[in-house]
Ligand binder design. Sequence first.
Ligand code: NAD
Length: 706
Amino acid sequence: MSEVNHYVDYRREGGIAFLSMCHAPVNTLSYELRCAIDHYLDVAEQDQEVKALVLRSELSAFSAGADISEFGTEKSFAEPSLPALCDRIDRFPKWVIAEVAGYALGGGLELALAADKRIATRGSKLGLPEVNLGILPGAGGTQRLPRLIAPSLAARMMCDGKPISSEQALDLGLVNALLASSEHSEAAIHQLLKECEAGTPDNMFEQDYSLSREEETALLEYQAQQARRWTGLKSPQAIIEAVQRGMKSSLEDALALERKLFNDCAASPQARALQHAFFAEKDALKVPGINRDDARLAIQEVAIIGSGLMGCGIAINFLLAGIPTRLLDVNSEALEKARAYIQKTIESGRDKGRISAQICEQAMAALSTASDYEDIANADLVIEAVFEDLTVKQSVFKELNRHCKAEAILASNTSTLDLNAIADVCARPENVIGLHFFSPANIMKLLEVVRTERTSEPVLATCLKLAKKINKVAVTVGVCYGFVGNRMVAPYSREAFRMVLEGASPSQVDSALREFGMAMGPIEMADMAGIDVGCMAALANQHEWQGEESYQALQFALREQGRLGQKTSAGVYRYDGGKKQEDPEVLALAKEIAQSQGIEQRNISKEEIIQRCIFSLANEGFRILEEGIALRSGDIDVIYLNGYGFPRWRGGPMQYADETGLQNVLQGLENLQKNLGAYGERWFAAAPLLKELAQANRSAKSFSNV
Ligand code: NAD
């Protein structure tokens, strides 16, 4: 009895019983909370005085849904299971009103859907986000929601996975009344019960439902519209099936169908991958010894040195967060252009309805420019984004060291340079850190936070806290060439270009990887970034490939011809009228280079393309892990999911390796090493850590530097 009181507060006032969940912090529907709810349902059912039951929360949220930490454990389905609890509430012989405040998500909303009526406070959120974890609502949500609102809209809400506001829920008929605040609930409850007086409590099990022809057409049209976005995804398709077939069956049969579809999805590699991604993003925020609450400095003013492509994108993040930001550049024309570009970008966000007119105005008012370091002396954070040249960057940091206040954080956006060498020119190296944004910096979610040998803990904590404020997914990494993301992309791109020399067409390589799920193929990505940029990166990394002529030889030859990618309307592909086309001239050029280097051309299968690119990516990931540059394999995955268009439903390159089985990855690499001659010998040696884990039958996930 005392145990259940920890989870639920129960009291009766006249004929109404109030069952208030109080399982801090967010009423996850753990086994213990379910037992407590079930217990008080018994009490309310047996108490003759009780005419109606109000299911609510003592906390600021109604419920965040199932307890994800129970997933895969016996507790998850131990009785009373969540589906059983929802069924019981649906069949409950007395009126049940769910009072939603804060948010009702996933299982939390399913619980509310099983009640007879729902009231919600203004501003609360209701949603079924299971699709984001590769599953579907499994406690009746796929069946009760389309029985309450238009089935096609119910399917949209579940397939989108995004919560809706209580105001939208009222319009849809999902809630029966809105409250200005939870303090006004008593009157609304009495009003609802008054309206109910004449009837008997709803029981969906005993009612007839059907799917109208119009609704079925709307459902299937929606499915067809989403076909491209859902490529490779299992759970949205399962949701459509659950709604379409379920609405034509009794609730009992429909729930059995939901259970089957739920189990199929839950057991799929995709669900494992999406759940891995979810947890990996949470874990990436945990850095040993670093507590974001220890953030030392309030960042009230930011300065950005270099107002080029990256400087502008980075500035927009801070401006939209309402932080005054000053751009400094040696080139006054660049500063003028930057101001115009930032204004255009922010205003276009407003015109598309992504930001309010007020935020737009505030952001522009927060922007200023400077040409003198004296003007940025007060900045709390300075981010350098000048040319990728160590000497230039060191000269900037010497100026920062001279002019900035003692506690200012001095950050660099370098993609590849040695941050320790940059920190060396400062008298306060503990304040130096890498903040590696990705292009376009105002859109890409990823932020690699690069910790040098001497970066202080409070500086790191401040940057991690700040990342959240500007809505970035931050991953802490160590210093090495290219850090995590760009270092791994090197072998991935090397294989893509090498296979073109070996006889694959660029579009074959790109399509194979797109089919695998990548947002873009590696060759079209190189054209987009600029062939010259790729060549510069390869040159900067020369020590890796000296003596290996084939290394991106095609890129160097294209650069010679002035084919620099999309920006010159020709790179590996030709872009006539902006449309990408395979270019026979490039195929001939590749053949010529292959002949001159003694590379035999042949047919290359899709499987080989995927193995060579993705296994190379993961293999480099194992080296990075072994060197301690990344803390965990999940951190590497978070980087690839948020910065490189790796399909979330595959969980990232390291999760893909785990799912494939490390022994199979090792075997694949060893075969490539054997079959690709001297080239294979040179580039396909498996990382020692991969070998070690594979031999011990362990996963990448099981290894940690934490
Ligand atoms: P960019 O050429 O567009 O802009 C560089 C700006 O720095 C120019 O406006 C230039 O006038 C200014 N500048 C040069 N020297 C300066 C100095 N001493 N003091 C003040 N201003 C100076 O370059 P970008 O693409 O924005 O790249 C900037 C940095 O960001 C580089 O370190 C690059 O490696 C990194 N980066 C670039 C990308 C990308 O995709 N472009 C992605 C991540 C990181």
